[in-house]
Design a protein around this ligand. Structure first.
Ligand SMILES: Cc1cc2nc3c(=O)[nH]c(=O)nc-3n(C[C@H](O)[C@H](O)[C@H](O)COP(=O)(O)OP(=O)(O)OC[C@H]3O[C@@H](n4cnc5c(N)ncnc54)[C@H](O)[C@@H]3O)c2cc1C
Length: 523
């Protein structure tokens, strides 16, 4: 990456006039920065805390095909979701999104009628896949399994009442925050200036007041368009934007709690007709159990906290499906996120509120884009930039992002052939070698040290932590453990990894004193 094209904590050296200011660097803001930079516009993108500080790191990490929308009759949104899933898996991020088999056990609490309805839904989902032109090689067709086949994929299921299973496929992210960081890094590689620890205190359609949270210094930046992509905090910059956030909670278990679970397991939620709790195996040796949908009232916290009732609810729901159900003692972590749902007059339940994105323009000309989901971030950015170009506020060509691979992207076959550390390939794709060589150059340490996991249970390496500081704008231990990696999801693992994070920060700091590499002088 050429010098200066980076993600930088603080505001030192920013320009006072650009084409587009983007406020917020969750997936929505990162996607906007990428789209605008790819159209050749000058971009300043700002986050009060860090990349992926908000909702974007608290998701289920799924890349959905839109089945849920189909069930509610929202055909256009369902199709849009399926198309975006295909673009992510085939073009822009095949290194970060892989196919996830999802098993609905038949028996237990799934009545024959509900099984038939679920099977019909899975078939409709497959029609969506085909209309979105995603091949069955990328996402196989749904299949009926007998009880033996179902058990071989999830041996911890209760065998006694199991009659079989419904198997379908969707996309799963390596990690939601990693998607944000990769989109952000790709935007930076195209010239966007991305700043963290940069709080916007006021915004109109052509101006932002922004405070450097490291120094306290205030700046004023002019722009031809300002886009508010602050998710659940959007109302803080534009009081006309009214949100009704809903909280979604996940539990984190060790993979060994439900051994050899190779598929996501969908467990019907009692007394609902089409809602399921999910047990989701993760690439890092954990399992997530999710998720709730609770109206969240009151002020929006920086970091939402799961309630005890949500933890009990999730454990209760999944208990019926497993021979040795997880207990409270198995819960090694839990996290909650707030869905930024737009207030729609006349709706009671948050699950009825539209999940589609909305683009709103205030009286001051400030554009807010809110709603949507990780899966559709690219389309949200395209629609927003197209609207600003159509209004004559921006002078730019068409959107390029549907054919623009993110940094490190390559087809799965090519990734499998790479001669590089497997964890780095999973998280950085073809940039795995760049990560290692950067860490080598900065620290002078041998590869064995740079690639050693923090412990048997904690796979994070010094190489990725050093790269996070030099190339991904990580500023402190929290950035490293809670957003560049996700060790922080399990408190005990976080303690184990903390010395490694401190070492990475110290090694880069030492290298910066007297360094010749200009990337080391950024912060
Ligand atoms: C529990 C849960 C599970 C989900 N699961 C999925 C899933 O599996 N798949 C999927 O596709 N989608 C999923 N979603 C939806 C998806 O996560 C969200 O729609 C998406 O992450 C919202 O991103 P965002 O960038 O709009 O907001 P955020 O990620 O919240 O980003 C907003 C950013 O704005 C910054 N900010 C706020 N105020 C200011 C300010 N004044 N100045 C500067 N910066 C500011 C914040 O620090 C934050 O980083 C899920 C959502 C939830 C809640």
């Amino acid at each position: 990456m050429p010098p200066g094209r980076a993600i930088t904590p603080g505001l030192a050296g920013i320009r006072d006039e650009v084409d587009v200011v983007v406020v917020g660097l969750g997936i929505t803001g990162a996607g906007l920065a990428l789209d605008a930079a790819a159209r050749g516009l000058t971009v300043l993108a700002l986050d009060a805390h860090d990349l992926a500080f908000g909702t974007s790191r608290w998701s289920s990490k799924l890349v959905h095909g839109g089945l849920r929308y189909l069930a509610r009759g929202h055909l256009a949104i369902a199709h849009e979701s399926a198309v975006e899933r295909g673009i992510l898996m085939d073009v822009t991020a095949p290194h970060l999104v892989h196919p996830l088999p999802m098993l609905t056990p038949v028996g237990h609490d799934l009545t024959r009628a509900r099984a038939a309805m679920t099977w019909a839904g899975l078939h409709a989902g497959d029609v969506l896949r085909r209309t979105a032109r995603t091949s069955a090689r990328t996402l196989p067709r749904p299949r009926l399994l007998n009880a033996t086949e179902a058990l071989s994929l999830a041996p911890s299921l209760r065998a006694d009442a199991l009659r079989g299973g419904l198997l379908a496929w969707d996309g799963q992210l390596e990690d939601d925050a990693r998607l944000v960081v990769t989109v952000a890094r790709t935007a930076a590689s195209l010239g966007a200036d991305l700043r963290t620890r940069a709080r916007v205190t006021a915004a109109t359609g052509t101006r932002v007041a922004v405070r450097d949270e490291l120094t306290g210094v205030a700046y004023d930046v002019r722009a031809r368009a300002v886009v508010n992509a602050t998710g659940v905090w959007a109302g803080g910059l534009d009081e006309e934007v009214r949100l009704r956030p809903s909280r979604g909670t996940h539990l984190v278990l060790r993979a060994s709690t439900l051994p050899h679970t190779r598929v996501a397991v969908m467990v019907p939620i009692p007394r609902t007709s089409a809602r399921f709790a999910m047990v989701l195996p993760q690439p890092d040796g954990t399992l997530y159990v999710g998720l709730t949908d609770e109206a969240a009232t009151g002020p929006v916290p920086d970091v939402p906290v799961p309630s005890e009732a949500e933890v009990d609810f999730l454990l209760d729901v999944v208990a019926s499906a497993f021979a040795s159900p997880p207990t409270r003692a198995d819960v090694v972590g839990a996290y909650a996120g707030l869905r930024p749902l737009l207030e729609v007059p006349g709706t009671r339940s948050t699950s009825d509120l539209s999940r589609r994105h909305a683009i709103l323009t205030s009286d001051t000309g400030l554009t807010t884009v809110v709603g949507g989901k990780l899966t559709t971030y690219r389309r949200m950015a395209q629609d927003t930039l197209d609207a600003l170009v159509a209004d004559g506020r921006l002078d730019a060509g068409p959107c390029r992002t549907s054919s623009l691979p993110l940094l490190g992207a390559a087809p799965p076959d090519e990734l499998r052939r790479l001669d590089a550390d497997a964890r780095l390939v999973r998280r950085f794709g073809t940039d795995a070698e760049l990560v290692l060589s950067t860490a080598r150059g900065v620290t002078g340490l041998p590869d064995d040290d740079l690639l050693a996991p923090a412990s048997d249970d904690v796979p994070v390496t010094l190489a990725e932590l050093v790269f996070a500081v030099t190339d991904e704008g990580a500023h402190d231990v929290d950035d490293l453990l809670d957003r560049r990696t996700r060790v922080g999801l399990v408190a005990a693992d976080r303690v184990v990894a903390e010395p490694l994070a401190r070492r990475a920060l110290e090694l880069v700091r030492a290298a910066r004193q007297g360094a010749r590499d200009p990337r080391l002088h950024r912060t």
